[in-house]
Write a protein that binds this ligand. Structure first.
Ligand SMILES: NC(=O)c1ccc[n+]([C@@H]2O[C@H](COP(=O)([O-])OP(=O)(O)OC[C@H]3O[C@@H](n4cnc5c(N)ncnc54)[C@H](OP(=O)(O)O)[C@@H]3O)[C@@H](O)[C@H]2O)c1
Length: 299
């Protein structure tokens, strides 16, 4: 099938295009600036905010499915520049949904656990969102935009959380930062009062690929299988990589001045995904094995 993937230079997007190409699909990667991922797929530099160019590019490609892991993902950056956040995470999504409507493509839109306030996680797929902060609000507005512009059978919303992989793609990610810092023998401050689902990007991409291939509509949680606090995750990393657990310094969210609020008791329930997809959410041990392998290959 013909699949267009936004954010193809990004952490999830690059793995998704590679997996789609390996499966024999005809792929168009879309991202900003120059192509930073090689492979047997077409590439177009298109800003999600450039509605005319994005619509034309998709109209020319005539995709069967569009997957949207692209967008402004810097949480504090969104707080500082809400217009850029809105342009990428809402206006861009509206253009993708309109293109899906006119071409008949299925749209898989990637969203976040941040649509929930984090007062009472882990969250079921049908829990009521209550986003806090500009990133969260724009991502939630993106979800609503998809629902408003497309028939229910033509959209998928796939929420993920705390995605990591090795190496970094320019922008730091939690797992990369944690392993790189611990490997230098440096202390890492980690929140003991924030519970999250952590996700390996390769696993997230595999779930997105299957959702696109099977055009499975509705709300899905596409993240790792376990919810834990960040200190516990840090200790799991130390055990897997052989780092000194004493380097983990528990801290509290209130100790740090962040531009944007973070959900505290977050985490996404993956029961539906585990039951319905062949690409299952990975437990932490499996995800850390993959991170370890990636680092061995790219020291
Ligand atoms: N990473 C996480 O922890 C996490 C957690 C929950 C949900 N998510 C969601 O998962 C998805 C994938 O995340 P990710 O970690 O793969 O993000 P990422 O590495 O930041 O990738 C996003 C990609 O989108 C591109 N992009 C940003 N603004 C754009 C614009 N205006 N026009 C065109 N392209 C633009 C970026 O381009 P540049 O490379 O030029 O910046 C980047 O290639 C996102 O929708 C995110 O909201 C991520």
């Amino acid at each position: 099938m013909r699949v267009a993937v936004t954010g193809s230079n990004g952490l999830v997007g690059r793995r998704l295009v590679q997996q789609l190409v390996s499966a024999g699909h005809d792929v168009l990667g879309l991202s900003r600036g120059e192509r930073r991922v090689q492979g047997a797929f077409a590439y177009a530099a298109v800003d999600l905010a450039d509605g005319a160019l994005l619509a034309k590019t998709l109209g020319d490609f005539k995709p069967d499915a569009i997957v949207n892991p692209g967008g402004m993902t810097d949480v504090d950056g969104c707080e500082r520049d809400p217009i850029a956040a809105y342009d990428a995470n809402v206006t861009g999504v509206a253009t993708l949904a309109k293109a899906a409507r006119s071409t008949g493509a299925h749209l898989v839109h990637v969203s976040t656990d941040y649509v929930f306030d984090g007062d009472a996680g882990p969250y079921q797929v049908d829990a009521l969102p209550n986003p806090r902060g500009t990133y969260a609000i724009t991502k939630h507005a993106g979800e609503q935009t998809v629902k408003a512009l497309l028939p229910a059978a033509q959209w998928t919303i796939a929420r993920t959380a705390v995605v990591y992989g090795w190496p970094s793609t320019g922008k730091n990610n939690f797992g990369f930062w944690l392993v790189s810092t611990l490997a230098q023998g440096k202390q890492v401050p980690l929140f003991q009062d924030q519970w999250v689902s952590t996700s390996h990007a390769t696993n997230v991409a595999a779930m997105l690929k299957e959702l696109a291939e099977r055009k499975l509509a509705g709300l899905w949680h596409t993240c790792g299988a376990e919810v834990m606090d960040r200190v516990s995750f840090g200790h799991r990393v130390c055990e897997r990589f052989g780092f000194d657990g004493a380097l983990i310094k528990p801290s509290r969210m209130a100790d740090v001045k962040l531009a944007s609020p973070r959900p505290a008791k977050s985490g996404l329930d993956v029961t539906k995904t585990t039951q319905a997809l062949d690409a299952k959410p990975w437990p932490v041990a499996r995800a850390l094995d993959e991170l370890y392998r990636e680092r061995q290959e790219n020291p």
